[in-house]
Design a protein around this ligand. Structure first.
Ligand code: ARG
Length: 458
């Protein structure tokens, strides 16, 4: 395609290092869509004849049908998806195929293909996130009143509800979803027509190609356009943050499914067995989601490093933009699907969670709060008195609300029988009814708002 000034062909090594077809063939749909928009515009502007434009368009449709049926052939000599399509077009319709590349370069072509692909990947992620969020809403509603220990430092801190815990992830995924949508807002301008770097002298209509491809309009600076990969970086950033959230949820599933915790039974469909220990049911899917987050973040790091320090405009380094984006998008799709299944189909062991909340003196803060409220004791002093009660309960091997009243009174005689109303885990969570708190009513209210926000309210 570019051999005119060369005496000999490229070496085998040149061919191999140069070839992007092994991965950029994933762009074929977008490449053909971009070419069809381009040739329609060339025809409308009289840059190629209507007859040639039609022949080219029909050829492109034939190629799309072939690729749909048989996949994209991989010939390193043809370098990339753009040359592969053009070479096939030449075989199909002859030299008129050469008119397609008028007023265009592979530099604006690949930028167009890639931003179209990344836009689709954002939409996929937004939809998958919506599915996961719906699963979280359903389970949170079901467990709005199920008590479990809340942790800080992974030490039992205060009782919370499982619904509240699940809704914490709902919030993270709400932000993730808006990050993808927000990134997509900045993918609204079409690179096509920037040509190699400086624009073109042909009377093209960039608004027409932009509209045909679903963009709001054309990009404004050709140098920036052919060397800009912010859209890919933003996608990878949103994917990384989302993967971090998924990995935290996955880690909790791994912990909770372990025998010492016993908070959840994972679905068989998302677990594996051991070839040597028959009793084992391993949370492999959760572990892989946790692991994939590392790879996704690696992809983001990889493209940031590729892009740093590149002079304007296009440099071939930028061909390395696609593998990390494709890899991260694939891993994210899988991770979202796996976690959605895990949330929807796990069995939460609520009696076990409740027992753990009762075992860890999780209502100690409630005792201190009660001393402040009912006896007018300053919080710091109440904290001290409660510490003595916890010490006693620990020595006696009893829960706080099982301590005899006279022994509590011996610690501080301002304590009376009404204290027991505050010490149960149910009373504790019900009391935390501040906006966004763990009280079952608060959780139900947030679930209702979440449904409304997703447009799935009944
Ligand atoms: N395969 C190339 C890429 O992915 C297409 C652009 C080639 N442009 C060039 N000036 N050689 O970046």
């Amino acid at each position: 395609m570019w051999g005119g000034r060369f005496a000999g062909g490229p070496s085998a090594i040149m061919r191999e290092i140069n070839a992007s077809i092994p991965f950029d063939k994933a762009l074929w749909r977008h490449d053909i869509a971009g070419s069809r928009a381009h040739v329609a515009m060339l025809g409308a502007q009289g840059i190629v004849s209507g007859e040639d434009a039609r022949a080219i368009d029909e050829g492109l449709q034939t190629i799309a049908a072939e690729y749909e049926r048989n996949g994209v052939p991989e010939d390193w000599d043809l370098e990339d998806i753009h040359m592969t399509v053009e070479a096939r077009l030449t075989e199909l319709i002859g030299p008129v195929a050469g008119r397609l590349h008028t007023a265009r370069s592979r530099n604006d072509q690949v930028a167009t293909d890639f931003v179209l692909w990344v836009r689709d990947a954002c939409i996929r992620a937004e939809n998958a996130l919506k599915g996961l969020m719906q699963a979280l809403l359903a389970r949170a509603e079901e467990h709005a009143g199920s008590v479990m220990p809340g942790f800080t430092h992974l030490q039992t801190a205060q009782p919370v509800t499982l619904g509240h815990h699940l809704m914490a992830y709902f919030e993270m995924f709400t932000r993730d979803r808006s990050r993808f949508a927000d990134a997509r807002d900045r993918m609204a301008l079409c690179p096509l027509g920037s040509a190699a770097l400086a624009g073109t002298g042909f009377p093209i209509d960039r608004q027409a190609t932009a509209s045909a491809l679903g963009f709001d309009g054309p990009t404004r600076n050709s140098l920036d356009t052919v060397s800009d990969r912010d859209f890919a970086l933003e996608f990878l950033h949103a994917a990384s943050t989302c993967a971090i959230h998924l990995s935290r949820l996955a880690e909790e599933m791994v912990l909770w499914a372990s025998q010492p915790f016993g908070f959840v039974r994972l679905p068989d469909t998302l677990s594996t067995g051991s070839s040597i220990m028959p009793q084992k049911k391993n949370p492999d899917a959760a572990e892989l989601v946790r692991g994939h987050a590392g790879r996704i973040i690696g992809c983001a790091t990889s493209l940031m490093i590729t892009m740093k320090g590149l002079p304007l405009a296009y440099s071939k380094d930028m061909q390395d933009d696609k593998p990390p984006v494709f890899e991260a998008a694939g891993l994210l799709d899988l991770s979202l699907a796996a976690m959605t299944g895990m949330i929807a189909d796990s069995t939460f062991q609520t009696p076990r969670m409740r027992a753990a909340a009762e075992a860890g003196f999780a209502t100690a803060t409630d005792l201190a709060d009660w001393l402040v409220r009912e006896a007018g004791i300053p919080f710091r002093e109440a904290h001290h008195i409660t510490g003595a009660a916890v010490k006693l309960a620990e020595e006696r091997g009893l829960a706080l609300d099982a301590l005899p009243l006279d022994e509590l009174k011996a610690i501080d005689d301002r304590i009376n029988a009404r204290v027991f109303d505050a010490l149960s885990v149910d009373a504790s969570v019900a009391a935390r009814s501040s906006y966004g708190g763990t009280a079952p009513d608060q959780v139900r209210a947030r679930v209702a708002e979440g449904r409304k926000m997703l447009g799935t309210g009944e």
